[in-house]
Design a protein. Structure first.
Length: 260
């Protein structure tokens, strides 16, 4: 019993700390994501992941198709939340499960399912999103999340948001997030990944694992591809002119989070 309570306390501490520390990064414009809400993360495996995006002007046309398998020995009853940040409109978001269109609404962005051992479920999401990252866009997204989860304690206050943007700069951003995760925090095992990000020719990549990305160029665009099963999360694409300042800002923010 004592060990159980200790483990529970550690989990709560990790969840609280991770949520607060990851909030600014997690609000960057990004791919659609699947957030698993029930069942241990080790129960699930992403056996196929196809992600495509074309960034142009102030928008991005993105798609994510993933196959999630129950690799456990017992049935899993679960649910997922479709996390779509900054959609240009609800009509620009399409979601299907096992080939069947289920529709999408911000206030009903969840799907409940049961997986038998070795059974797979396929999620396919398409979204046109704004890549303009600013205090106003983040504030609007946070407000929509609060309306979606009114009983959930806010993990990021407006005052914190204002302090963040004293450091962070406005601009066009597109990020590759975890794509599939438990609660947006715990990673899920991927066995196959195929990502392709097409950006304007004046954009650059900022990533810890930049060597896992392979670039090709054309007259008006740069295309980055990755088949790495880990290390893709956290890659950010942004104008070359913002690159160095963005890197320095992230270093400052990381240092401040560590100190607090």
């Amino acid at each position: 019993m004592k060990n159980y309570l200790l483990r529970l306390a550690v989990i709560i501490l990790v969840l609280t700390t991770s949520s607060l520390l990851a909030a600014p990064r997690n609000m960057l414009p990004r791919f659609p994501e699947l957030v698993i809400e029930k069942g241990l993360s080790e129960f699930f495996q992403v056996t196929s992941c196809e992600g495509r995006v074309k960034v142009y002007g102030n928008d991005a046309e993105s798609s994510l198709k993933v196959a999630v398998k129950n690799q456990g020995t017992s049935p899993v009853e679960s649910s997922v939340k479709f996390r779509i940040l900054y959609p240009t409109s609800e009509n620009q978001v399409k979601v299907s499960v096992n080939g069947k269109n289920i529709g999408y609404r911000r206030d009903k962005a969840r799907y409940t399912f049961t997986l038998q051992p070795d059974e797979t479920i396929i999620f396919d999401m398409h979204a046109k999103v704004s890549i303009n990252y600013s205090i106003d866009s983040v504030r609007k997204a946070l407000h929509e999340q609060e309306q979606d989860e009114p009983d959930k304690k806010r993990g990021f206050l407006v005052s914190d948001l204002s302090k963040l943007f004293e450091r962070e700069k406005y601009g066009r951003r597109f990020m590759v997030g975890p794509l599939v995760s438990k609660w947006g925090i715990f990673p899920v095992n991927f066995s196959a990944v195929n990502l392709e990000i097409e950006v304007p020719d004046d954009f650059a990549l900022v990533a810890n694992a930049s060597d896992t990305w392979h670039e090709t160029r054309s007259r008006s665009s740069r295309v980055f591809k990755s088949t790495a099963v880990d290390g893709f999360a956290g890659a950010v694409f942004l104008p070359e002119t913002d690159r160095e300042e963005f890197i320095q800002t992230q270093k400052i923010l990381s240092s401040e989070r560590f100190m607090h």
